[in-house]
Design a protein. Structure first.
Length: 282
């Protein structure tokens, strides 16, 4: 009859076996890292735009900023789709946006035209980068107060968002690529334009946001046709198309401010109505 084993010896042997096992490596899946990868590509695009500007390749510089804006649009959406939001990702996204949509456009404009205005041109470029940083800092501080906003305010940005601000700031360069030099490349036109765009970025002017836009069913076909026509125009006449898109966006700003004011007044009336009814009942 085999001798009985001591239970304590079996337990000790099991503990020794567990100690000998190598520790499991804890890491993140590609799904969790994908939004941060897109953010880094956004940053790389902005830095590449500065390099193209230093080499005098203005078309490539504008395209690099546009590619960065595309990556910036994708990283947030993919993060929400994959449930991969993180505090690290938010901070990385903001820092990348400061470079790609603040510093990079300012440096491109300075190397292209503002350098001829000396101190005034540098001050305009500097203001562009500073206002982009201030806007993104304000955006980060307002994230916690987003739940306190009225429902209609979710369809509006406060001021011009950073990617749109970079696009508007580069609009004189884009127009020059279409019309040729001698029209919009004067530093005395580019400098005040850059200052105005920088002011819009940190302003409180409400601008339309496409995130919550709902297309009625009967207009879906026409919207798709418009997207196809715009894509064809971008391929055949990119700089003219971008110039027209920029002008349309500028024209939409007063309408967005007016619409926001109308919605705010309507919401205020709806809040006052229950108080009036309760007052008459008492």
């Amino acid at each position: 009859m085999p001798p009985e084993e001591n239970p304590s010896s079996r337990t000790g042997h099991r503990h020794r076996v567990r100690r000998l096992r190598p520790p499991r490596l804890k890491g993140l899946s590609i799904n969790k890292l994908l939004p941060n990868m897109l953010t880094m590509l956004n940053l790389a695009s902005g830095m590449t735009g500065i390099r193209f500007a230093m080499e005098g390749k203005w078309q490539e510089a504008v395209i690099a900023i546009a590619v960065g804006a595309l990556f910036d649009m994708l990283d947030g959406r993919i993060a929400r789709m994959l449930n991969a939001q993180s505090k690290f990702g938010e901070e990385l996204d903001s820092l990348s946006d400061v470079v790609s949509f603040g510093v990079a456009p300012a440096m491109i404009l300075y190397l292209w035209s503002l350098d001829d205005a000396r101190t005034v041109g540098w001050m305009a470029a500097l203001l562009m980068g500073v206002c982009a940083a201030l806007r993104l800092a304000r955006f980060n501080t307002m994230l916690g107060a987003a739940a306190e906003k009225p429902a209609f305010a979710y369809n509006y940005f406060t001021g011009v968002p950073a990617p749109a601000g970079a696009f508007l700031a580069l609009l004189p360069l884009i127009a020059t690529l279409e019309a040729g030099p001698g029209w919009f490349d004067s530093p005395w036109i580019v400098a005040p334009w850059t200052v105005a765009v920088a002011g819009l970025m940190i302003s409180a002017v409400p601008t339309f946001s496409m995130k919550g836009l709902r297309i009625p069913q009967r207009y879906v076909v026409f919207v798709l046709l418009g997207v196809g026509a715009t894509a064809a125009a971008l391929v055949s006449a990119p700089w003219m198309t971008l110039s027209v898109v920029g002008l349309v966006y500028i024209i939409s700003i007063p309408f967005s401010a007016r619409r926001y004011k109308e919605l705010a007044e309507a919401a205020a009336k709806l809040q006052e109505r229950p108080e009036t009814v309760s007052g008459t009942e008492t």
